[in-house]
Design a protein around this ligand. Structure first.
Ligand code: NAD
Length: 301
């Protein structure tokens, strides 16, 4: 049987020089998915501007890019601020005089779980800055550069949580869905300049902000209940989709939100138990346990 595993050899995905001569600016570039993406892009010939607030992880990504024989430029800054984003633009253009690819990887729910009526404006503002405003600023900076070059790729990370409901994360979901709407409208406007803009909606990919889904061993058997693909996504699973959307191989996907989630959105509330599928997950214990099953009310005749 073939197992559905994360891509292990990024350099084999496309021809090694498919991004040769291209420069990519990656925000949140030291995050789990975008660090993997920076490595894949570099392995395919791309030079990288890795922007993130975590100095040590930025240095690691840049070292990986340089090991691949490409130029890696570190930019360590707070990307939720105008100052940080201006700094990124200046550093990228000073070093390379061009930017072909923009990856808006920055985004987080900031652990803002809770009933909406108990949330406050400071949290809404912080969620706005980290999930949406930075996307506006980055696109505003780099679209003119790409227009002048006559070629570009922009990919913004949204979320499956912006497509389905995510109770207790209402404001986060609103900004993630806004990324999709913004993507659609600018994509239609700039496509004729050779700039293709898309979004990537993720779910269940191991990352810093989800603590890599580290769980006690007794919960591991439940992963197949939650995720149709039967495992958590690795950063490379998501990065490989991004790599395609950013590459010249993608010439016709415009303004779309591509979902990469191991099937959670398609499952739409259906869960696999050890014995069957259910859309009533609180019954999982009954369906799995013969003793408890005995106590279930019998169906009406
Ligand atoms: N992993 C998933 O399953 C999942 C699900 C839904 C959406 N997403 C989205 O995918 C994108 C990639 O994230 P990831 O999953 O790799 O997460 P991650 O937590 O691994 O990476 C996020 C990165 O952003 C950086 N960052 C945070 N605040 C910053 C700031 N103010 N300035 C500069 N850098 C800052 C962090 O240092 C980190 O390196 C995000 O937009 C996220 O919302 C991921």
């Amino acid at each position: 049987m073939f197992e559905n595993q994360a891509p292990s050899g990024p350099s084999t995905l496309f021809a090694k020089d498919i991004f040769k001569g291209r420069v990519a600016v990656v925000t949140g570039g030291a995050g789990a998915v975008c660090a993997s993406l920076c490595g894949m892009l570099a392995n395919h010939g791309c030079d990288i501007v890795c922007a993130d607030q975590e100095q040590q992880r930025v240095d690691e990504v840049v070292a990986r890019v340089r090991d691949a024989g490409r130029i890696g430029l570190p930019v360590v800054t707070d990307l939720t601020t105008t100052k940080g984003m201006d700094e990124l633009k200046q550093a990228a253009l000073k070093k390379f005089s061009r930017v072909d690819i923009l990856v808006n990887g920055l985004g987080e729910n900031l652990n803002s779980w809770g009933a909406f009526e108990e949330s406050n404006e400071a949290t809404w503002q912080a969620l706005y800055e980290i999930n949406l405003l930075n996307v506006f600023r980055a696109c505003h900076h780099f679209i003119p550069v790409m227009k002048e070059q006559g070629w570009g790729r922009i990919l913004s990370f949204s979320s499956v949580e912006g497509i389905r409901a995510s109770p207790w994360l209402a404001v986060y979901t609103a900004f993630k869905r806004a990324v999709d709407a913004f993507t659609k409208s600018i994509a239609v406007d700039v496509a004729r300049h050779g700039i293709l803009v898309n979004a990537l909606a993720l779910d269940k990919v191991r990352a810093y902000q989800s603590n890599f889904y580290e769980l006690p061993d007794e919960y591991l058997r439940l992963v197949e209940t939650w995720i149709p693909a039967g495992r958590y996504g690795e950063p490379a699973d998501a990065a490989a989709v991004a790599l395609y959307l950013l590459s010249p191989a993608n010439s016709w996907i415009v303004g779309q939100t591509v979902v990469a989630d191991g099937g959670t959105l398609a499952a739409g509330g259906w869960y696999r138990t050890t014995k069957r599928w259910t859309n009533q997950p609180l019954l999982v214990q009954h369906l799995e346990s013969p003793e408890i099953n005995e106590t279930r009310p019998k169906p009406l005749q």
